[in-house]
Design a protein around this ligand. Structure first.
Ligand code: ADP
Length: 557
């Protein structure tokens, strides 16, 4: 009945725990697991990273084109006017070219007056100049009117012509901006042009722009401020026709570009048509980052699950402990009530017999009186145990240490039990060494410890009824041994018997009434005297409990 109620309580507690904590936690872990799996399956992290990179690329592309526009517009502002003489125009061009070393040559075309081409002084080449002159004259004469018309429609009135051309050292990439002059009437056929230096583009312009872009953070989240080393960005500019093959010869690259394919690319529009921008991480890939995230998430979920299982096991154990303690307490109450009943019944029986006046012989009367006294002593011992226990539990137990002749204390205590011991058929072997020095102890407590040990020896012996009590000195330690040849105690229970309420599973113990408090008190008392209690026992052969008390003055507890 008891164990059914106990398992019911346990079941209810586990059920509550399961419903309130474990199920929701499991569900949460499961949902997260599915979420991580779906992120992994859908390559969502790679997609997010690619989106960010794409955004960064288009940002950079805008900046690059903005810069080219800015340089060209600034140059346009410094262009000579159509009213200037040719010499004046050339002088102004010289100044402009000196201020803007990134242009190889500048062009001024007036349908009425022809073309003026001016080269950078350092690169001036007569033959090339003549070629350029011829080329622009022919081109603008043919396409000029159309160009002016187109330029008037544009919000940013610059037209770009870019691509690879054959230079003296092989194929080079350059870009040229052609513009009209807004202040002139529309029907005036005047055009200006600037041509970027291919070397400048390759060695200065693009590397600088890429450096600026890669120094940006991929995310604005301040938590990501400490970007891992391998997640730094690297960018290249490469010919757009190499988009799908590996750009083995990048046109320009930022620091940290270590070859390979860009993670994300973007084809550039004017002013740098024909080129692409590419970006990647210096030491990793979006796939590797996503993989790492997935592994981390799985690991976290794994750790969470292990923690939860650990927590569950701990809770289960603690529930079990609580349930067992509750059982021990209820056993304790019923055991104590039974223990109280026996001496009370005896006292009543003998007192009634005496009252009836049927007993006439004095020695019989004395025997009854002494039984009544001893039973009341037993009662007192039991109640003292309980009171002591409750004081210890409440932390209120105090000991009264006084100079005591322990040999006499032991002898007296045994005397008051001698009758009971002998009546139960026990052979008592009492061995108290002479010359035991006096020491400071709490008399009552030591007597109570001895009584508890003696009572246990009497209770837990069935076949061979023997009780040995020995008091001797072992150097600076006083030893009090109580031994029996009773049922003994299993090895694994020898430490547990000192716990409060603990009783072994032996059937004799089960049938013998007890509170499970005696030994826990004995231990408390010995510790309070600065000593210790040990047990040696062999199941079926008996037990020996030894109290060791140091002869030097114990510290008061
Ligand atoms: P109680 O005797 O009231 O049960 P104790 O704290 O004195 O409580 O003892 C705890 C348990 O230790 C006992 O229930 C018994 O199982 C075991 N025990 C104590 N003394 C002996 C002994 N001398 N021989 C065998 N078992 C013992």
């Amino acid at each position: 009945m008891k164990s059914r109620r106990e398992s019911n309580t346990r079941f209810r507690l586990i059920l509550t725990l399961g419903l309130a904590v474990v199920l929701p936690a499991l569900a949460l872990i499961y949902v997260n697991l599915q979420h991580v799996k779906s992120i992994q399956r859908g390559k969502k992290i790679e997609a997010l990273i690619h989106r960010d990179l794409q955004y960064l690329l288009s940002n950079s592309a805008q900046k690059i084109s903005g810069k080219a526009y800015e340089l060209t517009e600034k140059a346009r502002d410094d262009f000579p006017s159509d009213a200037d003489s040719d010499d004046e125009k050339r002088r102004k061009f010289d100044l402009l070219l000196a201020k803007n070393p990134w242009f190889t040559h500048v062009v001024f075309y007036d349908a009425k007056k022809g073309v003026i081409v001016q080269q950078q002084r350092a690169q001036a080449n007569e033959k090339e100049l003549a070629n350029l002159d011829k080329m622009y004259n022919g081109w603008f004469a043919l396409d000029g009117p159309h160009m002016v018309e187109q330029l008037c429609k544009k919000t940013k009135p610059i037209m770009w012509f870019s691509g690879e051309s054959d230079g003296p050292t092989g194929s080079v990439y350059t870009s040229m901006g052609i513009f009209a002059f807004p202040q002139l009437p529309r029907d005036r056929m005047v055009l200006g042009a600037v041509s970027f230096d291919p070397n400048y583009l390759k060695q200065n312009f693009f590397p600088q722009m890429l450096e600026e872009s890669t120094s940006q953070k991929l995310s604005d989240d301040p938590q990501d401020a400490n970007e891992p080393e391998d997640q730094r960005l690297a960018m290249i500019v490469f010919p757009a026709d190499a988009m799908h093959s590996e750009p083995d010869r990048p046109f320009a690259a930022s620091t940290g570009w270590n070859g390979g394919k860009p993670e994300v690319s973007l084809i550039l529009d004017n002013p740098f048509r024909g080129l692409s921008l590419g970006i990647k991480f210096q030491g990793t890939t979006a796939q590797a980052i996503a993989h790492r995230w997935v592994v981390q998430s799985f690991a976290i979920l794994g750790v969470l699950s292990v923690l939860m299982i650990g927590g569950l096991v701990l809770t289960y154990r603690s529930v079990n402990k609580q349930v067992a303690l509750a059982r021990l307490k209820s056993d304790f109450v019923s055991n104590v009530s039974h223990e109280l009943r026996t001496p009370l019944a005896l006292i009543r029986l003998y007192a009634e017999t005496l009252e009836l006046g049927r007993i006439t012989k004095d020695d019989k009367k004395n025997e009854y009186y002494s039984i009544i006294r001893k039973e009341s002593e037993r009662l007192t011992a039991l109640i003292n145990n309980i009171l002591d226990f409750s004081r210890i539990e409440a932390g209120r137990k105090e000991y009264d240490f006084r100079e005591t002749d322990i040999a006499e204390l032991v002898r007296n205590t045994l005397d008051s039990y001698r009758f009971q011991i002998e009546q139960q058929g026990f052979a008592l072997e009492e061995q108290i060494d002479p010359g035991i020095p006096k020491m400071k102890v709490d008399r009552e407590a030591i007597a109570r410890a001895l009584v508890n040990l003696v009572n246990n020896a009497l209770k837990y012996s069935d076949n061979e009824k023997f009780l040995g009590v020995r008091l001797y000195r072992d150097n600076a330690v006083l030893k009090l041994e109580v031994s029996d040849r009773g049922i003994g105690i299993e090895r694994n229970e020898q430490t547990r018997i000192f716990e409060k309420f603990y009783r072994t599973c032996d059937p004799l113990v089960h049938n013998t009434k007890g509170s499970g408090l005696g030994l826990s008190l004995v231990r408390h008392i010995t510790h309070a005297h600065g000593g210790q209690v040990e047990v040696e026992s062999t199941p079926g052969r008996g037990s020996k409990f030894t109290l060791s008390l140091p002869l030097s003055k114990p510290s008061a507890v």
